[in-house]
Ligand binder design. Structure first.
Ligand code: ADP
Ligand code: MG
Length: 302
């Protein structure tokens, strides 16, 4: 049983096996309630979310984040360190000027000014006080590159705590598989980035998280340029060179952030980073449609 609903600007879906239909449906409901709670806490589209409050006030004064948000921001910053700044939640300093639905983008001067404010080192965390402050006026943060992975992890821990052994929780491009598909691994398709319903490659996975970042989720095309939602922190422009980056491994929070980071870093640097992380593997499709695999994977025979 399962269900799919629009949430967090994407679709959240849950699929699980349970011998009791009523209990199963209750569990599904519980996961959606949790996803809605996290969205209310972390959405920059909601004026009254805690993250919006931080963005409004943290340059003037430390703002209490609450344990959960504080810890996720802390993890995001750790991943910035790991990825040499390719993943950076302060991308929002530029990102806030995009509206993909109304094809709105920042002009060159705005990008030039705001990209100076993309730097995770401007975010100061006070562990004892549980507060966040910004070292510069104008800094903004957005957890869009990690929050869906967090929803997925929380969803799966609800399934586990209720005794579910086989299931999937998905939020947009992030999924976590619990157990196998009744004896067989789950086959997870990685989309062809330039053909909506085509699968470029399927990967067998059990008990693992997989995240894909693509330039086809949120974008508009102007002239020859595809303006999409993954921002290269060093330039403030949408990252080029890659059409999609998938990362799998034990934790959906990490795979979510790493897929965004590998997208930004590109094939060589991105796969080199992944090769230093024994639990994580990656598949990258570049802007020529070529497929690249991290060291730990056996590419399919041709
Ligand atoms: P999806 O939203 O399709 O799952 P991603 O996991 O790659 O894709 O997340 C992309 C989101 O991450 C963007 O919509 C934006 O909110 C955020 N983001 C964009 N660029 C960066 C970056 N360089 N570092 C961290 N987060 C980013
Ligand atoms: Mg991601």
């Amino acid at each position: 049983m399962g269900d799919a609903r629009p949430l967090m600007g994407t679709e959240v879906s849950i699929c699980l096996w349970h011998e009791n239909i009523e209990t199963g449906e209750q569990i599904v409901e519980q996961v959606f309630t949790e996803a809605e709670r996290i969205d209310r806490l972390m959405s920059t589209y909601k004026e009254d979310s805690r993250i919006s409050e931080i963005n409004r006030l943290a340059a003037q004064q430390p703002v209490v984040a609450g344990d959960e948000l504080f810890n996720l921001i802390r993890r995001a910053i750790e991943i910035s360190v790991l990825t040499l700044g390719a993943f950076d939640i302060t991308y929002e300093s530029v990102g806030q000027h995009y509206d993909f639905r109304s094809r709105q983008r920042p002009d060159a001067e705005t990008v030039e000014a705001e990209r100076q404010l993309i730097n995770f080192r401007f975010v100061e965390l006070d562990q004892a006080a549980g507060t966040v402050s910004f070292r510069e006026e104008g800094v903004r943060i957005n957890l869009g590159g990690i929050a869906k992975g967090y929803v997925v992890e929380r969803g799966v821990s609800i399934l586990r705590s209720r005794g579910v052994q086989n299931g999937i929780v998905t939020a947009g491009g992030d999924s976590r598989l619990l157990g196998d598909r009744r004896g067989q691994p789950w086959m997870v398709g990685i989309r062809n980035p330039r053909a909506d319903d085509e699968v470029a490659i399927s990967v067998p996975l059990e008990d693992e998280a997989i995240s894909t970042s693509g330039d086809y989720e949120r974008y508009f095309i102007e002239g020859e340029v595809r303006y999409h939602h993954i921002i290269e922190p060093s330039t403030g422009e949408p990252a080029g060179g890659v059409h999609s980056a998938s990362v799998f491994g034990p934790d959906a929070v990490i795979t979510d952030a790493l897929s965004t980071a590998v997208f930004v870093m590109g094939v060589d640097q991105g796969l080199r980073l992944i090769s230093t992380l024994p639990d994580y593997e990656s598949i990258v499709i570049d802007d020529q449609g070529r497929i690249f695999y991290s060291d730990g994977l056996e590419p399919p025979a041709r």
